[in-house]
Design a binder for this molecule. Structure first.
Ligand code: XMP
Ligand code: MG
Length: 173
């Protein structure tokens, strides 16, 4: 049986999402911004974030998975669903649930840069910088969390708990 303990409340999440939305609205004023949500975990954050953004944006999604064992990230990423539209000249902002080793987003950032967009930046609601294996610039960093396995707010354990509105630490699996 899994035991869950609240780590981040809905209020804390909402306040951080609002702050990020305001910064993004200011930074991308007058630019063509495309938000790319990283599925599945990023769906809830993206949905909340866009409601705090006050400029026009386009929205798309990408879905990817790391090869092999998810606890030992290889950095080799398989694209399960690519974005739908041409992104040449667009300002792309990758919207992620959690950055751990940083390997997934390093791969995705390089992939987007090769597609000749105007810029590629990174936004995450949760960050575990103590786990980083690569030097990755996180342009919009949400809440820093300790090296604990977390679920809720889009994040899952075996596809469960994505719907929880708070972030929880899984104490027993
Ligand atoms: P990397 O290591 O490439 O991986 O930065 C980031 C992805 O790994 C998943 N991840 C987690 N998922 N609870 C989860 O449910 C966690 O504590 C956790 N840590 C990493 C997550 O999907 C993220 O996008
Ligand atoms: Mg993710």
């Amino acid at each position: 049986m899994s035991k869950l303990k609240v780590l981040i409340t809905r209020e804390e999440l909402a306040a951080k999402v609002k702050e990020l939305g305001q910064r993004i609205s200011k930074d991308y004023e007058g630019k063509e911004l495309l938000l790319v949500g990283v599925l599945k975990g990023g769906f809830m954050f993206l949905a909340d974030l866009v409601r705090e953004i006050t400029i026009d944006v386009n929205i798309d999604f990408i879905s990817c998975s790391s090869y092999g064992n998810s606890t030992v990230s290889s950095g080799i990423v398989r694209i399960l669903k690519d974005i739908d539209y041409d992104i040449t000249g667009k300002h792309v902002l990758l919207v992620e649930d959690l950055i751990d080793t940083g390997l997934t987003l390093t791969y995705l950032k390089d992939l987007f840069m090769a597609k000749h967009c105007a810029s590629v930046k990174i936004c995450t609601i949760l960050d575990k910088p103590s786990r980083r294996k690569v030097d990755l610039q996180v342009d919009y960093q949400g809440i820093i969390i300790p090296d604990k396995f977390v679920v809720g707010y889009g994040l899952d354990y075996a596809e469960k708990y994505r719907n929880l509105p708070e972030v929880y630490v899984v104490e027993e699996i």
